[in-house]
Each structure stands twice: as C-alpha cells, then as structure tokens.
Design a binder for this molecule. Sequence first.
Ligand SMILES: Cc1cc2nc3c(=O)[nH]c(=O)nc-3n(C[C@H](O)[C@H](O)[C@H](O)COP(=O)(O)O)c2cc1C
Length: 196
Amino acid sequence: MDERDLDDDAIAQLEAWLAEARAVVPQADAMTLATADRDGRPSARVVLLRGIDSRGLVFFTNRASRKGRELAENPRAAAVFHWWELGRQVRVEGTVIEVTEADSTAYWSSRPRANRIAGWASPQSQPVADGSDLAARIAQIEERFRGAEVPLPPFWGGYRLLPESVEFWTHRESRLHDRVRYVRSGEGWRRERLAP
Ligand SMILES: Cc1cc2nc3c(=O)[nH]c(=O)nc-3n(C[C@H](O)[C@H](O)[C@H](O)COP(=O)(O)O)c2cc1C
C-alpha cells in the first residue's frame, strides 16, 4: 500500500475498498461480526453491511438474537471483511449503538414482504422443534397481517458500529503482507504500519 494512495479518513478508505470489492467479489458486503457476552466470551457470525457513512457501519438483525443480547450486555464489536479475489482484509473495532427507529423502519420497509414475515416469525437464535414449527409460525404471521402492511417488529432493528480502529491488509506473495492501521485520534485518525 502506497501511503500516497491512502485516504486520511479510515471510513473513506474503507468505502473506496468496498467499491472496488463490489465490482469483483460476490457478497462483498458480507462481514464477520464478533461480539462477546458480559464475561467476554466471544461469538462470531456473518452479517451484511447495509450502510456506511462517516458515523460508522450499519447492519440489521433481531435484537433478541444471540448477537443482539450480547450487544445489550457488552456494546463492543469487531467486524472483518475478507475479499479473497483482491487479496484484501479489513478489520474494524469499536462501540455499537442502536440506529434510530426511523432508520430501522426505513430499511425494514424496503425488504420484500416474505422477508418481513420471516422476520416476525423467526425467534432468531432460539432452539425450534423442527421446520414445521417455523412453517406454522409463518402461517400464523401471514394470517395476522393479511391485507395489511407488515410493521417493524419491536424486537428487530439496526446497529451502528462506530469504528475506533480500522486495519487494512493486503496480500503479498512474499508473505510480507502489508498492514496499515488507523486509530481514532480526536476528530481525525492516526495511521501506523504493523508488521505482517
Ligand atoms: C452471507 C450471510 C449474510 C447474513 N446476513 C445477516 C444479516 O444481515 N443479519 C442477520 O441477522 N443475520 C445474517 N446472517 C445470518 C447470521 O450469520 C446468523 O446465522 C444469525 O444472525 C444468527 O446469529 P446469532 O445467533 O449469533 O445472533 C447472514 C448469514 C450469511 C451467511
């Protein structure tokens, strides 16, 4: 990575890499999100990045899911993008806050009706008896909202990861991979190189 090509702003740099990834990588917006419970026991799963701006990275989920419960106990998270086709990885760490209900509603309303029905029907991360249990729940929800809009469930919404550090990694044949980490410093960012 040539320092001259890097943006001074970590989020602008991530947006630039995302744009390049979206052109060549299927599901470039998929990121592995790690959370931890109040004892620091970690868990990780893939979620989709649904928004990014100067404030941070937005994703949506069921607030009663395991990740939602962990974020309620311990509002810190790490996210990792890996774009194999580009030989690039980005790591983001920071605090997580809930997005406004208006933002959750706006995204919820953009989802196909079947996804909204499934969002109501699925007690995400809870054990369920079998597939027919879920099918019965879906039928129930379809009946409940027949002929009506499917509103935002009270247990569903978005989160914004506010980055405190962002690390950009590029593959090098030599295995001397290139790493640059941005760390928040006041209103701006401080940048440092890390050994591979
Ligand atoms: C490519 C991909 C994208 C996904 N996107 C989301 C997402 O945006 N939101 C979500 O809640 N789950 C998403 N999932 C499912 C999660 O990985 C996970 O199974 C689910 O959120 C439950 O996680 P939890 O029990 O740790 O809370 C996605 C899975 C994959 C493989």
